[in-house]
Ligand binder design. Structure first.
Ligand SMILES: *Cc1c(COP(=O)(O)O)cnc(C)c1O
Length: 316
């Protein structure tokens, strides 16, 4: 929907972080735009703001950011760039619902911000998402786009006698059944975040010394970079240790996973003419980073088991 609302087309270029989930890029690439990638920061894995301007051409129309783990990007600087080049800002806040930065709530910085309620997210109804808009004119069009390009909502409000096909769009309305599940989840947002942050703190405190000894990097301190405890990641010092760590955790009954192949390295990225090898931090994320389990119904003993198993891992 953001791709339609930003009125982007085949001649246009859009800037993305090289390290993100497919959905971020697919929403725009499927409308024919050319993705232009920017590497991420080595600690937060958010877009490296200092590298954005060198990628801007006279075809650039928008910047899409993600708040990895609900840590805010530098929106003061990103907004300055958008204003000085006349670019649209789309904020993918799939990790950041309920998150904050010194500048305000995540999901309020973009001209368009989006979040996801996929089963893997902090707040979930299985599949779904939401878009938040700062401009009322966009919200009028969004209402039509989400309902197969019809003005059916206007009809239900008695603003028109019958409804018609008036615009592009698709069927993006969440089902009533899922909306009911989601409403309850949203009511529990504070509780969910509180519990996730408790577990996150446990990991952060208990694994700090071990990480230091073994050369394993932990996420940035939440005192400096507040997060939503969506993921707890460890960055191993060498790529061969990624698989070794996962195997070691599995022996203790702990499931840990990797994520985000750099968009440029993916088969589809290659089909789109992107080339890898230029985004060292994104590529390091894919080859060195491991996520350990975090979910709000974890018990204290489950959390301890994860910690103890990780602490037994030795870098050789
Ligand atoms: C999960 C996720 C999405 C959205 O996923 P959908 O399955 O399309 O809802 C988008 N961006 C990021 C960074 C994500 O992690």
């Amino acid at each position: 929907m953001a791709g339609y609302l930003a009125e982007l087309g085949p001649e246009d270029e859009v800037i993305f972080p090289a390290y993100t989930f497919v959905s971020t890029v697919l929403a725009f690439a499927s409308r024919g735009i050319k993705p232009v990638l920017v590497d991420v920061q080595p600690d937060t894995f958010n877009i490296d703001t200092r590298l954005i301007e060198e990628k801007i051409t006279n075809r650039t129309r928008a910047i899409v950011t993600i708040n990895y783990n609900g840590v805010s990007c530098d929106y003061t600087e990103i907004r300055r760039i958008c204003d000085s080049y006349g670019l649209f800002l789309v904020e993918d806040n799939a990790h950041g619902l309920g998150g904050v930065s010194h500048a305000g709530a995540l999901g309020t910085f973009g001209d368009i911000s989006v979040t996801s309620f996929h089963e893997t997210k902090n707040v979930s109804c299985g599949e779904g998402g939401a878009i938040t808009l700062n401009d009322p004119a966009l919200s009028e069009r969004a209402e039509i786009l989400r309902d197969k390009g019809t003005n059916r909502s206007k009809f239900f409000r008695g603003e028109v006698d019958k409804y018609n096909w008036v615009d592009w769009g698709s069927s993006w309305v969440i089902s009533d059944l899922l909306a009911e599940v989601l409403a309850h989840q949203l009511d529990k947002l504070d509780t969910i975040l509180r519990r996730r942050r408790e577990i996150w703190q446990e990991y952060y405190q208990s694994l700090g010394d071990w990480g230091h000894e073994q050369g394993v990097m932990l996420p940035p301190s939440p005192a400096l970079q507040p997060n939503t405890a969506h993921v707890f990641f460890l960055v191993l010092p060498r790529p061969d240790l990624q698989e070794e760590f996962i195997k070691h955790m599995r022996l203790g009954g702990v499931h840990s996973v990797v994520h985000y192949q750099s968009i440029a390295e993916s088969p589809m990225g290659k089909r789109l003419g992107l080339s890898g090898g230029q985004f060292p931090n994104a590529e390091r994320g894919h080859s060195h980073l491991v996520r350990i389990p975090i979910f709000n119904s974890m018990t204290k003993s489950e959390v301890n088991r994860v910690i103890e198993q990780a602490q037994e891992f030795r870098v050789r």
